[in-house]
Design a protein around this ligand. Structure first.
Ligand code: ADP
Length: 180
């Protein structure tokens, strides 16, 4: 029996952007099953908790085409990526490459991971030109300052960001009014 090709797409997804979704849609076409690994350790001090990030990613997957959706699974992981990949019997790790600035980090990570397990190959998908400038970090910065993020994330994620920053923005508006 031929073993199905399982791919893991790991990330922080804080929050998932249109760029991530593009990699997911393209990535699921090169494997039989795609597992989106949501890193639950919070070394990056995420805005959304691991549970929220997983829920948000699942919501986005729910809006993909049927054929893609049924081959995708979202799972948290807090161990070494290679151990996680082994535990789901993955043969491929998928990563997205945006710009030269991503390259050095990704190159090092792929090299170290290849040492840890040479059986699992890291495959890079070039970001599409429409999405290559999108990063979760800038999306959060824009949303924190009340900017429009609708070009970068789905309407669902945009609403989550507005809700997350609303109390903070309310406080700063009240402070400005009090100072006037
Ligand atoms: P990590 O903390 O692992 O970098 P991210 O959620 O920031 O997690 O990114 C996960 C993966 O998605 C990385 O490979 C990253 O390069 C890729 N990625 C992020 N944004 C985009 C984008 N706009 N287009 C293509 N790939 C992207």
């Amino acid at each position: 029996m031929v073993r199905p090709h399982v791919g893991v797409y790991p990330g922080t997804f804080d929050p998932i952007t249109n760029g991530h979704c593009d990699i997911i849609r393209r990535g699921v076409r090169i494997v039989d099953r795609l597992i989106i690994g949501v890193a639950s350790n919070d070394t990056k001090g995420p805005l959304f908790s691991a549970e929220e990030r997983i829920e948000i990613v699942r919501e986005e997957i729910g809006h993909l085409d049927d054929g893609d959706r049924e081959r995708i699974e979202v799972r948290p992981f807090d161990n070494l990526l290679m151990h996680f990949a082994q535990s789901v019997r993955a043969s491929v790790i998928l990563r997205g490459l945006r710009a030269v600035s991503d390259f050095e980090y990704e190159f090092q990570m792929a090299g170290m991971n290849a040492r840890l397990n040479p059986e699992i190959e890291t495959v890079f998908l070039m970001a599409s030109d429409r999405y290559q400038f999108i990063s979760s970090r800038f999306v959060k910065e824009i949303a924190a300052l009340g900017g429009d993020v609708s070009h970068f994330v789905s309407p669902r994620v945009a609403a989550r960001l507005v809700a997350r920053f609303a109390p903070q923005r309310g406080r700063s508006r009240r402070r400005t009014a009090a100072a006037d």
